[in-house]
Design a protein around this ligand. Structure first.
Ligand SMILES: [Zn+2]
Length: 667
């Protein structure tokens, strides 16, 4: 059921940074409101986030409460006001940016509001390093200041939305946090406890701030940014109107962060916006340009994964937007606009759920496990349709659930998984997944195995038997990472064996440059199957993320094929093709997204996309529960012939030039 009251973000947004040093003069002297809005409109932008207060702590409007914080060289004190008025005349939305935990002015004027570590030192950069990264504690009286300025903004402007930046859990040991922790019987001297409290406190802050904002404005969008959204945000999602996923692939996040995060966040029920940048690298990379093909991929991937688009830019101190930058943005956003009708309220069609390890890594903020990245790669490279989920998610909508490498199973999760399996579900687990929280025994009887201990040899070698070894030689395949040794229970079938080396490599005995070869002795099982549950003893997903052995992927895909013999999608294209399937219920149609852009590690620091490599005559086969009336490439409206073979719909897409959507109109 579609929740009609859900906040829907615009599709084509710009996040317009304006962290501007107080040492620069003539701020906004060339700002022309009409020109500003016209450049945005010409670039097909329909929402621009503008600045009330930046990380330098400078204010860009005529604040009556805090005149000392207005940028000392701001030529036009109505900068924000005129940005909003001009954009509204052009039907462009203007959410307002307010910095939270990074504020250089406040850090200097109110050092007593800074978060401190166990040694009493502030977090972030030192006094003599350039940067505004000292973290303020929102448990201090700073919170009252934040409310005052937020209230002033809400009472001064027509506020479409508020973007609160840098709101993250901090293991703070300031006197305010210590006092509150003691009230909760928590030990402030323990780092782990401070981190745990940090998560609780930052969520309490968000609830408090949202309630405060709602006293003045019931409608505006509200988002709290920390550069990542994950399971930590689930308990406090009611404080958000939507999620924005800051993820600049060349700015430290990499190309996997967005799909991994988005596939989880879209299951939480709020509207989502993906946020990349027009910069070559990171925020504040002035006078740089992203390659157009890269910007296309990043935006079109957002559409394919059910997000709206936001591109980060920074306004020049003099207040003029760069026309070449907006030519670039416009060249992509004009295409996004044409694609929008097939993306509006589109919901993902998925059949595999992957449990995220992030939920169980409570002390690590912004941590994405290599195992999660590895399985995301494997599933994307094979066109499988999947979500990333947590233990609170609804399991019954998935045909297969995967527990990659490190998913501890509590009694509660064991019951939930057991119930899912009893009702026809299937499961794949690897390595430590399925062990109880203290890793002493397997806490899911459906695995059909018993823990013996750590594998005695590493590296050791998988020899796949017939079923699991489809398309593979029946010989040793090295597994670089150490696995577990397990014993099969009664009915459990062995799908693969483990050959052990002559000896482990130590100073006493070693062979050649790398690991010792196989002795040919089969010592313990490597892959086991009990009814509809398959278990791998090795961390195959973390291994794939580490150095991508093709055989790790092949073994996993073969296991998946045994449990899901008729997947939603098959195609004859390369593994670099990204395929997603969405449904638009109102329009009674499915939308297939085909994306072919290849990020290449072309520099020491970052992956680069420069070219579009077209694909021709791509054969696609879909298994849909519904019958199809017509199929066409959109938005160009090119009709495609199709046939139904063995309950699968088969058709050929003549060409994929970067991104192609295919509409399947249902009967
Ligand atoms: Zn504190």
């Amino acid at each position: 059921m579609i929740n009609v009251s859900r906040f829907e973000s615009p599709f084509r947004q710009v996040h317009l940074d304006f962290h501007t040093s107080p040492n620069i003069k003539n701020i906004a002297q060339d700002f022309d409101p009409e020109e500003f809005a016209t450049i945005l409109e010409k670039a097909h932008v329909n929402s621009v986030t503008c600045f009330a207060r930046c990380h330098h702590g400078m204010i860009y409007y005529d604040s009556k409460l805090f005149p000392e914080r207005i940028h000392p060289h701001l030529k036009n004190k109505d900068l924000l006001k005129e940005q909003i008025e001009a954009c509204h005349r052009h039907n462009i939305r203007v959410p307002i940016y307010i910095t939270v935990q990074w504020d250089q002015f406040t850090a200097e004027e109110h050092p007593e509001w800074l978060a401190v570590d166990g040694d009493g030192k502030p977090f972030g950069n030192t006094i003599f390093e350039p940067g505004f990264y000292r973290i303020l504690c929102v448990n201090s009286p700073y919170r009252d200041f934040l409310k005052k300025i937020t209230k002033e903004v809400l009472e001064t402007f027509p506020v479409d939305g508020l973007f609160f930046d840098i709101v993250k859990p901090t293991p703070c040991a300031c006197k305010h946090c210590r006092k509150e922790m003691e009230k909760l019987n928590m030990d402030p001297s323990s780092f782990q406890e401070r981190m745990r409290y940090g998560f609780m406190m930052v969520n309490e802050f968000k609830e408090d701030m949202t309630n405060f904002v709602r006293q003045f404005n019931k409608e505006c969008s509200i988002f709290y940014n920390k550069g990542h959204v994950g399971p930590a945000e689930r308990p406090v999602k009611h404080s958000y109107s939507h999620f924005e996923l800051e993820s600049l692939p060349s700015g430290g996040w990499g190309y996997l962060h967005f799909p991994v995060t988005m596939r989880y966040v879209r299951t939480l029920g709020l509207d989502c916006v993906g946020m990349t940048g027009r910069f070559h690298t990171f925020w504040g990379d002035f006078h740089s340009f992203k390659n157009k093909a890269a910007l296309e991929f990043e935006c079109f991937q957002m559409l394919a994964l059910n997000a709206k688009c936001s591109i980060g830019d920074q306004l020049d101190p003099k207040g003029k937007l760069s026309e070449p930058v907006y030519d670039l943005i416009g060249s992509v956003y004009s295409q996004v606009e044409e694609k929008e009708p097939w993306c509006r309220e589109a919901k993902p069609v998925t059949e595999i759920g992957v449990l995220t390890p992030e939920e169980f890594e409570k002390e690590k903020d912004m941590y994405i496990a290599p195992s999660l990245m590895g399985i995301t790669r494997m599933l994307q490279e094979s066109a499988h349709q999947f979500d990333i989920i947590d233990s609170q998610s609804e399991f019954s909508k998935y045909k297969v659930i995967v527990l990659p490498d490190f998913i501890p199973v509590s009694d509660e999760l064991s019951d939930k998984l057991g119930n899912y399996l009893d009702n026809g579900g299937a499961l794949i687990a690897s390595f430590q997944s399925g062990l109880n929280e203290s890793k002493e025994y397997f806490n899911l009887k459906q695995l059909g195995i018993e823990l013996v201990g750590e594998a005695p040899y590493s590296p050791d070698f998988i020899i796949p038997r017939d079923k699991i070894g489809k398309g593979m030689p029946k010989t040793e395949h090295v597994m670089y990472m150490k696995g577990l040794e397990v014993r099969p229970l009664d009915k459990t079938e062995i799908l693969g064996d483990t050959a052990i080396p002559y000896f482990n490599r130590t100073w006493k005995h070693f062979c050649s440059h790398k690991h010792t070869p196989s002795s040919g002795v089969l010592a313990y099982p490597s892959i086991l199957k009990n009814d509809k549950v398959i278990y791998f003893i090795h961390p195959i997903f973390a291994q794939y993320e580490k150095n991508a052995p093709r055989w790790c992927k092949q073994l996993f895909l073969n296991a998946l094929d045994m449990l899901l013999p008729e997947p939603l999608i098959r195609h004859n294209g390369p593994s670099t093709l990204l395929v997603t399937l969405n449904e638009q219920v109102k329009e009674n149609r499915m939308i297939l997204h085909l994306l072919h852009y290849i990020p290449e590690r072309r520099s020491q620091d970052i992956d680069i996309i420069e070219d579009v490599i077209p694909l021709y005559n791509l054969k696609v086969s879909l298994r849909l529960p519904q019958s199809v009336k017509s199929i066409s490439c959109v938005p160009q409206n090119e009709n495609l012939k199709f046939e139904v073979v063995n309950n699968r719909i088969e058709f050929t897409v003549p060409s994929v030039n970067g991104h192609q959507m295919v509409e399947l109109q249902l009967k």
